[in-house]
Design a protein around this ligand. Structure first.
Ligand SMILES: Nc1ncnc2c1ncn2[C@@H]1O[C@H](COP(=O)(O)OP(=O)(O)OP(=O)(O)O)[C@@H](O)[C@H]1O
Ligand SMILES: [Mg+2]
Length: 367
């Protein structure tokens, strides 16, 4: 199979050398059983590559099971992965197969691997090395033949140094590492991706394909895409949905690229030239934090003023309504879930808590 055929088969749209090099490596290693670690920011295409590895391997006829280690509560992740015997713990009313067993013969994709608790990491390493594990409560081993692909957007080396990730598992996983660069570091891909998403959306919705002007393309290229390819897809789809005149020009996108305009407004912040990429990244992060802080202050102000407005009694004195913190928290979670139409990952991001914490709180508040 040629690289072009590979891209077509697995829906990878790109022009950049970076992605081409990754595809070369993927095609070389897909056929073996070696574990693969995929690095990359949110929305860069980690799952796309995981599916391509599986689909290009001789395991393609079997299942690829995806597990988001960050979304499953710590206490049950181990039994979800390895399964359990009936009666092995309170609530284990039936024996249950774990994802390892379900993926037998195929591939197990462990997303957000950095969120896996240390005790589960020990068991995972043993399962990879010995191709066998013990179900919770079992006295005999279960044999499996599973290929592991792990993904993360965290720096695992740093997690190892902080003793949050086991070094032995890290070494085992990192033998083959695919590092998918963020979209802002391969802007040459933006053109083709944007046009691809325009065509796909038009086809899915049975409308005529709108024309993306070259000025609009330039605007998309000048944006820094913190949400990477996923954000680009969303922005293109929103632009089409909001502009039904068949033309996607600069005005169709301007208001959809929010951070960019915020950055333009902040030109007065010092810009240091001749900085290393790491320093520039850090600087961008500081700017983003600066923005968030500004927004927070404005938001607090607004809420404060609204509260006062609605609580001024007839005699002019202020009635401060004090809500218990847990009620505030419950309401914030409800709002976030409503706003994200129930998407827990996005809701957790809005709330600035981990997905696992969100799952726990949903349960706690019975939402
Ligand atoms: N090179 C690409 N060509 C076409 N579509 C892509 C490409 N990369 C990513 N996408 C699309 O972008 C979206 C996000 O990709 P994906 O889910 O693989 O990202 P991810 O890195 O797993 O994100 P997260 O960290 O949030 O889980 C998907 O809709 C995917 O189809
Ligand atoms: Mg993913």
């Amino acid at each position: 199979m040629t690289v072009e055929e590979f891209k077509k088969k697995f829906g990878i749209v790109s022009k950049s050398k970076e992605i081409r090099d990754l595809i070369d490596i993927t095609m070389q290693v897909a056929g073996s059983d070696i574990s693969i670690l995929i690095y990359g920011e949110s929305g860069v295409g980690k799952e796309v590559f995981a599916r391509a590895i599986h689909g290009y391997s001789n395991r393609a006829g079997k299942q690829m099971v995806s597990v988001n280690c960050g979304a499953i509560p710590e206490g049950i992740l181990e039994s979800e992965l390895f399964g359990h015997k009936k009666g092995s713990f309170t609530g284990a009313l039936e024996s249950r197969k774990g994802y390892f067993e379900i993926a037998d013969g195929g591939t197990l994709f462990l997303d957000e691997i950095a969120e896996m608790p240390l005790t589960t990491q020990v068991k995972l390493l043993r399962a990879i090395e010995n191709k066998e594990f013990m179900k919770i409560g079992a006295e005999t081993v279960t044999n499996v033949d599973v290929r592991i692909i792990a993904a993360t957007n965290k720096d695992l080396q740093r997690e190892v140094e902080a003793k949050r990730f086991r070094e032995d598992l890290y070494f085992r996983l990192k033998a083959v590492t695919l590092n998918i660069p963020p979209l802002r570091k391969r802007k040459i891909d933006i053109d083709e991706l944007a046009n691809h998403f325009v065509q796909a959306y038009a086809a899915d919705n049975k409308i005529e394909t709108p024309v993306l002007t070259s000025e609009a393309c330039d605007l998309l290229k000048s944006y820094n895409w913190p949400g990477n390819v996923r954000e680009l897809k969303n922005v293109v789809e929103s632009a089409i949905a909001l502009n039904r005149n068949g033309i996607l020009d600069v005005s169709a996108f301007a208001h959809l690229l929010k951070t960019e305009s915020a950055e333009v407004e902040n030109r007065n912040l010092p810009v240091y030239l001749k900085k290393s990429p790491e320093e520039l990244d850090r600087e961008l992060m500081y700017r983003a934090l600066f923005e968030i802080k500004k927004d927070l202050i404005e938001l607090k102000d607004l809420i404060y003023r609204q509260n006062i407005d609605s609580n001024i009694k007839d005699n002019g004195s202020i009635n401060y309504e004090v809500l218990p913190l847990d009620q505030l928290e419950k309401q914030a979670i409800k709002n976030a879930l409503e706003q994200t139409k129930g998407n827990k990952r996005n809701a957790a991001r809005l709330l600035n808590i981990s997905e696992r914490t969100l799952y726990r709180k949903i349960k706690e508040y019975d939402l």
